[in-house]
Design a protein around this ligand. Structure first.
Ligand code: PGA
Length: 258
């Protein structure tokens, strides 16, 4: 972590806690993380719970903000079942996770689609958390840097339009939901490469853009990752479903940010 960037710890609830249980989890996170004022804390419920969570957090005066997990690249119209960036924004949502590896692998989202979504989010003043990361096969073939570079180069021009508004999340696919967290120095190497790509665009973009690590991050491994110079926070799946456990990650970030 570099102290010039405010750490960001974002939860990705995936397809969990989207009903009545969402409010308890969102307000539980708000309570458990209230003391960590040097950290941006974000919860990521399913679509059904976004407006409710945003409203509940706002009405309690919490600083915790809300992220959607996906959205349409289209603005409006005949796209049955889809949700647009402006609808999310109108519902009180601040962030949107885009290009998560599960979207890429299971719903055929290409670099081009992800980039269109990043552009649409920014146009609607919704802050993108744009994801990248290699599969196990790609890592074993020594292609990690090449794959991540290709993914980042696709959406980077959109992020460059407003340095710091968007965030990048590096999530090695083999570390997601597996309990196999990346070694801090291995994650740092990829983060440094991404920072280098941002530098090629502008110094401001490189300094302002937060790059999160994701993949089996938990309270007990967060400090090692977050102490790396180019790791500015976390995108947390499994461990974000427990308010106290999630808050431990925010506590680790707070400790390093002071
Ligand atoms: P995990 O998921 O923390 O459960 O590995 C991370 C993610 O998919 O964003």
């Amino acid at each position: 972590m570099n102290k010039s960037r405010r750490p960001l710890i974002a939860g990705n609830w995936k397809m969990n806690a989207g009903g009545r249980d969402a409010l308890g989890l969102a307000t539980g996170v708000a309570k458990a993380s209230a003391a960590y004022d040097a950290v941006d804390v974000v919860v990521g419920p399913p679509f059904t719970a976004l407006a409710g969570a945003a409203h509940a957090l706002e009405s309690t005066g919490s600083a915790v903000t809300v992220a959607a997990q996906n959205m349409s690249a289209e603005a409006s119209g005949a796209f049955t079942g889809e949700v647009s960036a402006s609808m999310l924004k109108d519902s009180g949502v601040t962030w949107v996770i885009l290009g998560h590896s599960e979207r890429r692998a299971l719903y055929a989202e290409t670099d081009e689609i992800v980039t269109r979504k990043v552009a649409a989010a920014i146009a609607a003043r919704l802050r993108p958390i744009a994801c990248c990361g290699e599969t196990l096969e790609e890592r074993e073939a020594g292609r990690t840097m090449e794959v991540v570079e290709r993914q980042v180069r696709a959406f980077l021009p959109e992020l460059a339009k407003e340095p710091g508004f968007g965030v990048i999340a590096y999530e090695p696919v083999w570390a997601i939901g597996t309990g196999k967290v990346a070694k801090p120095e291995d994650a740092q190497a990829v983060h440094a490469m991404i920072r280098g790509l941002l530098w090629q665009s502008s110094e401001t973009l490189a300094h302002a853009t937060r790059i999160l690590y994701g993949g089996s991050m938990k309270g007990d491994n967060a400090a090692g990752l977050l102490s790396q110079p180019d790791i500015d926070g976390g995108l947390v799946g499994g461990a974000s479903l427990d308010a106290a456990g999630f808050a431990k990650i925010a506590a680790a970030a707070q400790e390093l940010a002071r």
